[in-house]
Design a protein around this ligand. Structure first.
Ligand SMILES: C[S@@+](CC[C@H](N)C(=O)[O-])C[C@H]1O[C@@H](n2cnc3c(N)ncnc32)[C@H](O)[C@@H]1O
Length: 464
């Protein structure tokens, strides 16, 4: 393949990581394309050449795939959030299922063990949390540049992918309830009106940093504002929001003078109402706070917890560990299945709330421990004995190798590994493949319209 060469009638056959489309030329060489849908027939230009592959750009379409649909959102292709929107939902879930099989196939996965992906009933408006960034460096379209009009460069929206200092100004987002748009747009208007300083991500200065909106299934709403510095403007803005949205249950804020937006080391200041919202999962009630993690698609989370509960029903089990427990949702959902359950999380607020959640739900056989899994795991085993089941639900980067080594010493009968990153999940499971066999793989669509996949794997110890 030659750089700058044009190729005609190229068929897109699959989708790779982050929705890079995969096409093949006559010599069977892979060409990655930045847009398109499997089934499209396109004419392309080769932009870069690698050893066994190339990167190309679509010049024109000869035939569109029958799975291609018109994206709902005006920001499709710009904000980078919902990059699967031009693919029918049925095809989206088929692609995800296929991807899971492709990734796990060299781990001896039988056809029977791969369950069908569980689709999301809500294809849009499914998220319970969105974080919008303020910026004085709005992403500006080519038409706007050409128009030579004087432009307002302030924005409240999502970071442009690959451009950490630019934000796409978002007025309508199809991911969270419409109330979220109303709140965000009112906040933006007020801040523009009062000429408040939107954050300058390059210079690290300004006043307004970001706004996180959390919602529950019962429409309880929490607003978390992040400011760069203290100012008398804070109460004016927050009072205005409170007056306009009196049903919002919680308005909290942070003064964050650091260079990054991470809130875990920051003090949460309550401005109005409570410092939490309530969520219901089955017959259990959970408090959710500003710093605590909660699965972003509440309806799908409910289904996921039900599956985990079914997988943890084994006879004579003594101890179950729920590592990376968050606010204890899994530990508490499976409390009826065993004698003792211990949840561990590194975020202190999550553990405090997990303890409250267990008390409020009158659950007595679950304990929660604050700490890094790698530091507290040995002590837990000494205190409670070897568990029969360990549940792992780590962040995207997976389970640290030091923890995998500890698991291989403990060797529980079952491991349940939940992940939103099948690549790290696969990497970790490969490390234990001589000791565990995969009994079930259950993908679940937590993130419709995106390439992201949530996946649960049930592993059983190989009896030697
Ligand atoms: C994907 S979330 C899962 C939360 C929970 N299982 C749920 O379903 O809501 C990952 C959790 O791991 C926690 N975490 C990250 N690194 C950790 C570590 N080294 N030790 C303990 N917990 C950690 C985070 O605070 C977060 O709550």
């Amino acid at each position: 393949m030659i750089k700058n060469k044009y190729l005609n009638n190229v068929k897109i056959i699959d989708i790779g990581t982050k929705k890079k489309c995969i096409a093949k030329n006559d010599d069977n060489k892979v060409i990655f394309l930045n847009e398109g849908v499997p089934g499209d027939n396109v004419n392309i230009k080769i932009l870069k050449k690698y050893k066994g592959s190339a990167e190309g750009k679509i010049i024109s379409y000869n035939k569109h795939s029958r799975d291609k649909i018109t994206p709902k959102c005006n920001y499709f292709g710009i904000c980078g959030g919902c990059n699967f929107q031009d693919i029918s939902y049925l095809k989206q879930i088929k692609l995800k299922e296929k991807k899971v099989l492709k990734v796990f196939k060299d781990l001896n996965v039988s056809k029977e063990s791969l369950n069908k992906i569980i689709p999301s009933k809500k294809e849009y408006f499914y998220r319970n949390k969105l974080e919008f960034s303020f910026s004085n460096n709005r992403w500006i379209s080519l038409e706007e540049i050409k128009s030579e009009k004087k432009l307002n460069k302030n924005a409240l929206g999502f970071h442009k992918p690959g451009k950490w200092d630019k934000v796409v100004d978002i007025y309508n987002c199809h991911l969270q309830s419409k109330l979220s748009d109303k709140i965000k747009n009112l906040v933006r208007n007020y801040c523009l009106d009062k000429k408040l300083k939107f954050f300058d991500h390059r210079e690290k200065k300004g006043f307004l940093r970001n706004l996180t909106i959390k919602t529950s299934l019962d429409n309880e709403v929490m607003l978390l504002f992040q400011f760069y510095k203290r100012s008398k403007e804070i109460s004016g803005l927050l009072k205005y929001v409170q007056n306009n949205f009196p049903k919002v249950k919680s308005i909290v804020y942070i003064i964050n003078k650091k260079h990054n937006d991470s809130i875990y080391d920051q003090k949460i200041i309550k401005f109005y109402g409570r410092d939490f919202i309530n969520e219901k999962i089955g017959d259990l009630n959970f408090k959710i706070k500003a710093k605590t993690f909660y699965q972003t698609n509440s309806l799908q989370a409910k289904k996921m917890y039900k599956i985990i509960s079914n997988w943890t029903k084994i006879k004579n089990q003594e101890v179950v560990l729920d590592l990376y427990t968050g606010i204890g949702t899994i530990a508490l959902s499976i409390s009826k299945n065993s004698k003792k359950i211990i949840g561990v999380d590194i975020v202190e607020d999550s553990i405090k709330i997990a303890k409250e959640n267990s008390k409020n739900n009158n659950i007595k056989n679950v304990s929660f421990i604050h700490g890094d899994v790698k530091n507290v795991l040995d002590e837990i085993i000494i205190k409670y004995g070897k568990p029969s089941i360990i549940i792992l639900d780590p962040p995207r980067n997976g389970v640290e190798k030091i923890i995998i080594n500890k698991l291989l010493k403990i060797l529980p009968e079952k491991l349940i590994y939940i992940s939103c990153n099948i690549m790290t999940q696969y990497r970790d499971i490969k490390l234990i493949k001589d000791f565990y066999e995969i009994r079930k793989i259950q993908p679940i669509d937590m993130f419709p319209q995106t390439h992201h996949i949530e996946n649960i794997v049930l592993l059983e110890k190989i009896l030697k």
